[in-house]
Design a protein around this ligand. Structure first.
Ligand code: PLP
Length: 249
């Protein structure tokens, strides 16, 4: 290093190390739970991070990315297309979605994990079928039903007693494919009980809809625990990309 020059952090190396660490933690959590490591996929949650980070993760072989704001996501999808024209990224929406954003989301989402009402499911179905007509997407949209595990409507998620009807509606929608459930563990509480509840709800869902096998649960603070309770997709932000600034959403 030349004197007087700022230390240049090699972001690619930093991300490579973090990605390897998270993958190793997923593998050991799977081993501890007697599960095969390929039963759990990693969704890199890139909200508030630049598209350049997404591009580097993609170079490192991480292909699935989660965003929680439709507008931020749509902009990043475009930026990534410029940075990496060869493509290969799959984008999941993991945050609240208003019906008036369904059209945009239908054009870029590989999966929407935050469907929590019949009205939203209907709006997405219509938007997906139109996007397919326009040639903006090739296939139906896989969705997860977000379940509320703490009964707090402000944090999103359908109450457990609404799941059967919502699942039937999605399963009957031409533009949607029901792939399973998603949940966020309640703030400040021990996640074991909610994760156990989610596993039980997932089991019940599969008796009516055998193809709905996904359980998206577990974040930086609790993904190993979520794996113990049957998670098939962990959504990890901070452990991969560093802490988000506190002021950011
Ligand atoms: C931000 C976010 C995550 C990732 O959280 P980290 O604590 O950074 O791992 C996962 N799921 C949802 C729905 C999120 O909004």
């Amino acid at each position: 290093m030349t004197a007087g020059q700022p230390v240049r952090v090699d972001r690619r190396a930093e991300l490579a190390t973090a990605l390897a660490e998270v993958r190793a933690r997923i593998a050991s959590a799977c081993a501890a739970a007697g599960r095969a490591p390929d039963e759990v996929s990693l969704l890199a949650v890139t909200k508030t991070r630049p598209a350049s980070d997404v591009a580097l993760l993609l170079d490192l072989g991480q292909c699935a990315f989660g965003e929680n704001r439709p507008q931020e996501a749509a902009a990043k999808v475009e930026q990534l297309t410029e940075l990496r024209p060869a493509g290969g990224a799959r984008w999941h929406l993991v945050g609240r979605l208003q019906r008036n954003k369904a059209r945009s989301v239908a054009s870029w989402a590989a999966r929407v994990e935050s469907v929590d009402s019949a009205r939203l499911a209907d709006a997405l179905d219509v938007a997906v079928l139109r996007a397919m007509d326009r040639g903006e997407r090739a296939a139906a949209l896989p969705v997860l039903i977000q379940v509320s595990l703490d009964g707090d409507p402000d944090r999103g998620g359908a109450p457990a007693d609404e799941l059967p009807a919502l699942a039937d509606l999605i399963a009957g929608a031409e533009g949607l494919r029901l792939h399973g459930l998603m949940a966020v563990a309640p703030l400040g509480a021990d996640p074991d009980r909610p994760f156990a509840t989610l596993a039980e709800l997932g089991g019940r869902l599969r008796t009516a809809h055998p193809g709905a096998r996904e359980l998206s649960s577990g974040m930086t603070a609790d993904f190993e625990r979520a794996i113990r309770y049957g998670s098939t997709c962990v959504r990890v932000g901070a452990a991969l990309l560093g802490d988000r600034p506190l002021a950011s959403p």
